[in-house]
Design a protein around this ligand. Sequence first.
Ligand SMILES: Nc1nc2[nH]cc(C(=O)O)c2c(=O)[nH]1
Ligand code: SF4
Ligand SMILES: [Mg+2]
Length: 211
Amino acid sequence: MIVDVSEIFYSIQGEGSKIGYKAIFIRLCGCNLKCPFCDTKYALSCKNPMNAHEIYEKISRFPAKNIIFTGGEPTLKDNFMAYFMKKYNNYSYFLETNGTLFPKKSINLFSHIVVSPKMFAINLDVLKSLIKYSISIEFKFVVDENFTKELELMEELGLKEATFQPVWLNDSMESYIKKTVRIIEKLKDIPYNIRIIPQIHKILYGQKKGV
Ligand SMILES: Nc1nc2[nH]cc(C(=O)O)c2c(=O)[nH]1
Ligand code: SF4
Ligand SMILES: [Mg+2]
């Protein structure tokens, strides 16, 4: 089975509740959305066909057992991910998804799913199914300084907690940190259980591929 792979790299989880754990990232090509703030535009329509064995050869060189499928939107490759995870079942698998497509073949093979819904492309039925059928799930919202819609969605889905991740646009490090602090101050007034976490890999390594 063949899939287009944008990049495979070894780093730490830089986002969400599993932040800091070492992980191997498999970034699949292709996405069903075109977010203006996308930080992986190079992965939206790339071509780099690899078969499962070639991918396995690459990942097996790294001394880690956590694999994160990301993209692009990896659920477009539901069949491939299911095939891969069943074949190489000595790893723990994690998924980063925008929550618009339901990965029915692979969902029960992920130890944990990070859903990052985009406010202009919400599919409530898919989000509810992800909550219902995943083994473990968290919501991560990429936010700017106005996050009313995100709070409304939390309400609608009955979420008790979520991660808010300040969006990194054309910010310098200094402006990103200042923006994050402004968001923290605003969220202090809001009675939701929200963790505010910046994208730690960008602070540590800068804005580049493969980290
Ligand atoms: N270190 C690191 N952590 C990440 N967590 C989610 C990422 C993603 O691009 O989906 C990502 C990424 O690109 N790098
Ligand atoms: S869903 Fe994610 S990968 Fe796709 S365009 Fe939006 S930010 Fe980029
Ligand atoms: Mg990223």
